[in-house]
Design a protein around this ligand. Sequence first.
Ligand code: HEM
Ligand code: HEM
Length: 185
Amino acid sequence: MNATYERPLKYAATTRLLHWLVALMVLAMIPIGIYMQTEGLPRAQQNLLFVMHKNGGVILLALVLLRLVWRATHRAPSLPASLPRWQVRAAGLTQAALYILLLVMALSGYVRVAAGGFPIEMLDAIGMPSLVPRSDSLAGVAKTIHSYARFGLIALVALHVAAGLKHLVQRDGVFSRIWPPVGGR
Ligand code: HEM
Ligand code: HEM
């Protein structure tokens, strides 16, 4: 492609590393969250999946918060000047919505489990008390939010990945800003 734009800079190595770490975790958390509820799974397997999902979700929450702090304190590299305005806006909106939905998923998951009186092994091990009161109705509301918000997250991830792959195929310099995860500038 013969695009006319200044050679774009990459995201900082930390941003790239965090992006792919969060991406891999999200892509694992969604199917695990759905599959672990399958009826008839062997007890031990189901328990393991729940432990992975709950604790993975808490780690994901910490990574997303870290990413937001990093994003707020580091400027994103400029996009190719040839990129249509609507695409720049759509990318910004999708990325902001991804951050919001990840926070909604992780927080509702935490509240659902903590208010329901269930363990979150990693936090229990370090003696962290529950941040919400024990309440079945609160746990129920959080469960409903967690369940419905997944559709928004799946739709946004699909949109974002499709756009990412489009840039990869077009070789317009956008994909290389976030890839490879380590090294480079
Ligand atoms: C599945 C979970 C994913 C999430 C939650 C996610 C989230 C994000 C976010 C929030 C940004 C903005 C950069 C930042 O704020 O740090 C971003 C950038 C980017 N992502 Fe992802 N991403 C995911 C997966 C992917 C995948 C699988 C691809 C590859 C096809 C991809 C390609 C890109 C590209 C090319 C950019 C740079 C776009 C730009 O700067 O406008 N992402 N991603
Ligand atoms: C961004 C992080 C997270 C993602 C993407 C995610 C995703 C999902 C998905 C897709 C489901 C299936 C929903 C359904 O079938 O209705 C689910 C269920 C579940 N998730 Fe998460 N989750 C996340 C964080 C968490 C956290 C932090 C916890 C708890 C500490 C948690 C606890 C649960 C539980 C207990 C279920 C089973 C449904 C229920 O009984 O409420 N999740 N999750």
